[in-house]
Design a protein. Structure first.
Length: 407
């Protein structure tokens, strides 16, 4: 398993992010494509102008009115999709201008221009609050029907349902975009709160670890200072106690820092689910693992193995499905906890020699008394990591006992 030279964000940067402003020209073009493609309903007005059925003056006025209509429509959609309606007079005026242009163009140039009311309905659904959209969208359909009947066009009846459905569909799309934006903000808030909680926990742990030791060192230093002139022997004893307490405090801090840096299997499983889902890989992962009889060093080694395996699946394998299994087995050397990660991809590297990731994992598992097996299988790549258990909970002869199953 080799390191990926591309950052984790590379895959996300290639996607169109819903509810966020474009960050570059390429992303702006991608988002524009989703809106411009719906300009297909302008094919009838464009064909009508290009057919030469109108006088030169009417044709020029038609092109000018169509350009103004499209400019107003794109301005409304780009600026208000997914955002809260501020109730400003400018936005309401733009929607009214859009509707007025549609009416004028339809009455002067004929029934082929009735498709403009589709965009008026879309503008109502994307800019107005729901309570206003619920009556402006049907009103747009009624106005279109009256204009169409006045002009003798039969297409108006066929477009009524389309205008209503597209308008209300856009209200749903707008709500979806706003919900996505709110969820993204909520996720960032939760992450910030979790970081704050972790800092508070670290502060409490350090206070509990060092508060007593530092207080004792301060007290004994004061005693040694007072005893030094008259009782140098007792002062030396106090200095020795200071050294002992400081060494113990250093050991406690090192153990605490090691615990903070040690990954946990439950957390890595949750992270694996998120990473695989984000990469579009179908994930089959076990539930919350039972690690009661697993030493911390062994659990940490398995967690590192799971992290490295999932990284390989997401970055290198091109897999469509990944299965993670966590089972207890009874071997000749005693009970072990076995982690297997199998995918249907091409594996991490095409070379025969193992990558740095596999080499590091092998060394880490060997330090915990475990072992690692990794290689291609018939339909993909499989990694198996094993660590010994201390409780002997798996009886002799038991084949597989899924962790957390209660078997």
């Amino acid at each position: 398993m080799t390191e990926d030279p591309l950052p984790d964000q590379a895959r996300t940067d290639r996607l169109v992010r819903m509810g966020e402003s474009p960050r570059n020209v390429r992303e702006a073009l991608r988002k524009s494509a989703w809106i411009v493609i719906w300009l297909v309903f302008l094919s009838s007005p464009v064909h009508d102008l290009a057919s030469g059925n109108h006088t030169p003056a009417a044709t020029a006025a038609g092109w000018l009115g169509l350009a103004a209509f499209v400019a107003i429509y794109l301005t409304l959609v780009f600026r208000n999709m997914g955002s809260a309606f501020a109730g400003t007079l400018a936005v309401s005026s733009l929607v009214l201008a859009l509707g007025a242009l549609a009416v004028v163009l339809c009455l002067t140039l004929g029934p082929p221009w009735l498709g403009l009311f589709v965009y008026v309905s879309v503008a109502c659904g994307t800019t107005f609050p729901l309570r206003v959209s619920y009556w402006t969208i049907p009103l747009t359909a009624v106005v279109m029907l009256l204009v169409g009947l006045h002009g003798g066009g039969r297409d108006a009846r066929n477009l009524v349902l389309l205008v209503v459905l597209i308008g209300f569909a856009m209200t749903g799309v707008r709500q979806l975009v706003r919900t996505t934006v709110e969820l993204r903000k909520a996720r960032a808030t939760v992450a910030q709160l979790a970081a704050n909680e972790e800092r508070l926990r670290l502060a409490r742990d350090l206070h509990d670890l060092l508060g007593h030791s530092l207080s004792l060192i301060t007290l004994k230093s004061e005693l040694a200072g007072r005893m030094l002139p008259d009782h140098p022997g007792k002062a030396a004893q106090q200095v020795a106690d200071i050294e002992r307490v400081s060494r113990q405090a250093l050991v406690d801090v090192r153990e605490a820092v090691t615990g903070y840096r040690r990954p946990r299997l439950a957390g890595e499983l949750a992270g694996a689910q998120v990473a695989l889902t984000a990469a579009g890989v179908i994930a089959d992962l076990p539930a919350e693992p039972d690690v009661e009889a697993v030493p911390e060093e062994s659990e940490s080694a398995l967690a590192w193995a799971l992290r490295e395996a999932i990284t390989n699946v997401v970055r290198h394998s091109g897999a469509r499905r990944c299965e993670v299994a966590l089972v207890r087995r009874q071997t000749l050397d005693g009970p072990v906890l076995e982690l297997s990660v199998e995918d249907d991809g091409s594996g991490g590297s095409s070379g025969a020699a193992p990558g740095n990731g596999l080499t590091g994992l092998t060394e880490r598992l060997e330090q915990a008394g475990g072992s690692l097996e990794a290689g291609r299988v018939r339909h993909g790549f499989r990694l198996v990591a094993r660590v010994p258990l201390t409780g002997g909970r798996a009886p002799v002869g038991a084949a597989d006992d899924p962790v957390g199953s209660g078997a």
